[in-house]
Design a protein around this ligand. Sequence first.
Ligand code: PEP
Ligand code: MN
Length: 381
Amino acid sequence: MDSWRGLPAAQQPPWPDEGALREAVAWLSVAPPLVTAEETDRLTSLLGRAARGEAFVLQGGDCAERFDHVTPERVAGRLGTLARMAEVLEAAAGVPVVRVGRIAGQFAKPRSAPAETRDGVSLPSYRGDIVNGAEFTGAARTPDPWRMVRAHRASAATLELVRASGVPVHTSHEALLLEYEGALTRRRAGGWYDTSAHLLWIGERTRDPGGAHVEFAARIANPVAVKLGPAATAREVLELADRLNPWRVPGRLSFIARMGADRVREALPPLVRAVAASGVPVVWLCDPMHGNTETAPSGHKTRPVARVLAEVAGFFEVHRAAGTRPGGLHLEMTGDDVTECVGGAVSERDLPLRYESACDPRLNREQSLEVAAYGAGLLRG
Ligand code: PEP
Ligand code: MN
């Protein structure tokens, strides 16, 4: 299970204190598991149904969760929105919708630059609450390994709220911090389970087939997913399919395409065709968020809902043309009435009013329901 150590691992924080890192990892390696192997296996089989077209997947939640947002109201808001979206999609799909939250562990963020400069001052980039603080001060931005322990506690508290609301929601996050994921990985009858979440995905920036993240994901028994941007080649994707699903288990592997509305119709077909020809069962999910990020004149990162819908439409078209199955949607969304994406009641000049994301812009409740209704229309054909 330690085979990932020694391989190149992109996007790991420069922990300043080796001793503290070792202590925090030791704490985590005896910490209570957050999810069980049985629940995890159940998600694999539900995703297996999606691979066969007998279910549709809705994966959604914050870009970056925050430690101080673990409140019953906020968690209920996100889950309520996710549940309402699932109902809308389910009515149209005619098959069950599998709900997967970007929740209870989505604390680590890959960054395009290691440092951020404001007014001539340069500090380490914010890498998510699990690494450092968002506040632009030297103290907050210094990576602190004990934050991994806080992330485990915040995940456990969130899960308690998730489980109390009675709707079956599985958890997922990006498996970015390998020290954290490795410390929570436990031996069970069915193999090694990463007990930090039911499903783990590998991001667009860390999906190097020869890198540590893919090696880690190859060794765990959880269902795994990989984000694919427009530069992904059929060869890379086949290598990932082979590494991550050598036994061809339906539900074990999902690919999350995040191509951008302008690129999806040309970038996705060769990948979908190559995977179909290989015979490796894969669930294809559409992330219409990450390829459609823009900077508004106010400086806010935003996403026009119209572009989000356009990518979803392109994703469905590509699958219809290839004779393959659109398996689900992957969205950054919240139940709160935020002003982060442009569309519906939110115009560009509203962005500063309630912009609360620590990282990427999320669909608010109304916009999330709009995307669900649009997806439902496409599912009806
Ligand atoms: C994300 O899901 O927040 C993310 C960073 O995605 P990607 O790896 O697709 O850029
Ligand atoms: Mn994001």
